[in-house]
Unconditional design. Structure first.
Length: 138
C-alpha cells in the first residue's frame, strides 16, 4: 500500500523543530520521488551536510515497518545507511539516516546490478540473525 507523499514544509512546525534539534537548521528539503512506505521522505540539507528523513503518523498501520527498520539498523551498518536519530512528537514518528547518493537497483536479466545484489545477500547471510520478530524471506 503506497502512501501519499508530503513535503517537509507540510509537517507541523513542532515536528520540524524536533528534527532540527538533531540536524541543526534545515536550509532546504528535497522530497523523494521513490519509495512507498513513508508519508514523509526527504533529503534535508543542513550546515553539516545532507540527511535522509522519513516518517509516518504514529497511528498509521504501517508504523511497525518503520520501527523494525530502526531495530535492524545496528545489525546491518556495513550494508546500509546508519540511523542517526529518531523523534516521536505531536503524532509523528520520524527517523534520520545517513544520506547516500543512490538509485533503485535494476533487477532485469543481464543488469550490472545483479552481481552487486547477490554479493549483498551473501554478506547478509554471514551475519547473525538478531532476535527480532522478522518475516521470512521466502
Amino acid at each position: 500500500m503506497s502512501l501519499s507523499r508530503m513535503n517537509w514544509d507540510d509537517l507541523p512546525a513542532t515536528v520540524r523543530r524536533a528534527v532540527e534539534a538533531h540536524t541543526g537548521p534545515v536550509a532546504a528539503a528535497s522530497t523523494a520521488s521513490g519509495g512507498f512506505n513513508s508519508a514523509i521522505a526527504a533529503t534535508l540539507w543542513t550546515r553539516s551536510g545532507p540527511v535522509f528523513c522519513k516518517g509516518l503518523p504514529v497511528d498509521h498501520r504501517q508504523i511497525v515497518t518503520q520501527r523494525r527498520e530502526r531495530e535492524i539498523n545496528p545489525h546491518v551498518v556495513d550494508l546500509s545507511p546508519q540511523l542517526l536519530w529518531h523523534v516521536e512528537v505531536d503524532g509523528w514518528d520520524l527517523s534520520g539516516f545517513e544520506h547516500i547518493d543512490g538509485r533503485h537497483a535494476d533487477y532485469r536479466p543481464g543488469s550490472d546490478d545483479l552481481p552487486l545484489i547477490a554479493e549483498c545477500l551473501r554478506r547478509l547471510q554471514q551475519g547473525a540473525c538478531p532476535d527480532l520478530p522478522l518475516k521470512q524471506a521466502e
